[in-house]
Design a protein around this ligand. Structure first.
Ligand SMILES: [Zn+2]
Length: 99
């Protein structure tokens, strides 16, 4: 199962559309380098397996509301599947990745 968050960089205000897989463990730390300014973005996804809810906390960056395919960049993250590096959102749209 996957979910999606939009994280705005504190340094350059660019937003990354983060598609993230709900992990099979309680805590999944996420960090990546902002494509706009090379700052590190950090967040943690915590899962409560008792009632299967999850919580997403951004430690470095701002969690913002965004359209499903919005944002300046796109990044897919999973702790079990191999994923690509962050890339321009336009590129992903071009290949129909977000369709
Ligand atoms: Zn940035």
């Amino acid at each position: 199962m996957w979910t999606r968050y939009h994280i705005q960089c504190n340094s350059c205000d660019k937003t990354t559309n983060l598609r993230i897989q709900i992990p099979e463990r309680k805590e999944l730390p996420v960090s990546y380098i902002c494509l706009g300014c090379s700052s590190e973005i950090k967040a943690t996804l915590t899962v409560n397996f008792t009632n299967f809810t999850w919580n997403f906390t951004v430690e470095r960056g701002n969690l913002v509301k965004g359209d499903f395919d919005g944002g300046d960049y796109f990044y897919e993250y999973s702790d079990t599947l191999s994923t690509k590096k962050p890339a321009s959102n336009t590129l992903y749209k071009q290949f129909g990745y977000l369709a």
